[in-house]
Ligand binder design. Structure first.
Ligand SMILES: [Zn+2]
Length: 250
């Protein structure tokens, strides 16, 4: 997350007889000079102003249009050694955006693999207290901007973290999200909403050369600096050497 500020501009449109907000947020603080709905509308001189500001955010999933720079293809491997009857993990990220097209895991039948993007990323705060047993939580705009139905959600405040399961629905106007698991602790407006994007979770390996994602048209955008984590559970009595190949465009 960058600390740059984004602005939402507005101007009074005489043609429409009301203030009209710009249709997109911008990093420019320069006031607008024409009506966002139609540059031919008459606008009130001196009425342009900044309606709202926010911290510039990287959308983890929704920003499909944020392209990668060169379009070059590359394959890279991630490998890890996992001791008998234990779980190991490896984390990587890139200092520029990449798109992952497919993931091949050379592994062992019966073991269990999970791949997460941006595990437990802080996407914003609660804006109302959430008591024990809450399924609907009230959140700030940044959470609504980043979260999506199916995303995994946790609430964290100090040493307390609750797993709220996945997002079932989003009310973008009421600024609430409905989750699949109720809170078991109570949280205040100091609590952070943590989001995880799951590529696969607790998938039992049935083929020692498992491919994920090749049948899906398109790709998964990984913004600069966002971590991808491979977690591998070795259920056997022997040590395992696991290799994961990532095909990506950068
Ligand atoms: Zn207008």
């Amino acid at each position: 997350m960058s600390s740059n500020v984004e602005y939402l501009h507005k101007i009074y449109c005489i043609t429409e007889d009301s203030f009209i907000n710009a249709h997109t947020w911008t990093t420019s603080s320069a006031l607008i000079t024409v009506c966002p709905n139609d540059s031919l509308h008459m606008v009130q001189a001196g009425s342009a102003a900044i309606e709202d500001t926010r911290e510039q955010r990287v959308s983890l999933v929704k920003d499909y249009n944020n392209g990668v720079s060169s379009g070059k293809f590359r394959t890279q491997s991630l490998s890890l050694d996992v001791a008998a009857a234990s779980t190991g993990s490896i984390i990587t990220s890139w200092p520029y955006p990449v798109r992952i097209y497919s993931t091949d895991i050379v592994s062992f039948v019966g073991d269990i693999v999970s791949i997460y993007i941006g595990q437990s990323t802080n996407v914003g705060l609660l804006t109302a207290n959430a008591g024990i047993g809450s399924i609907i939580i009230t959140v700030e705009q940044s959470v609504i901007d980043d979260i999506f139905v199916g995303a995994e959600v946790e609430l964290n405040e100090g040493a307390t973290t609750d797993d709220l399961g996945v997002v079932l629905s989003i009310d973008a106007e009421g600024l609430t999200i409905t989750c699949s698991i109720a809170t078991v602790n109570s949280f205040t407006t100091s609590a952070s909403v943590l989001m995880t994007t799951v590529i696969c979770k607790d998938v039992e390996i049935a083929d020692p050369k498992m491919t994920i994602g090749r049948s899906l048209l398109g790709s998964t955008l990984i913004p600069s600096g966002v971590q991808i984590k491979l977690e591998y559970q070795n259920i056997s009595a022997a040590a395992r050497h696991v290799v994961c190949y990532l095909e990506l465009i950068y």
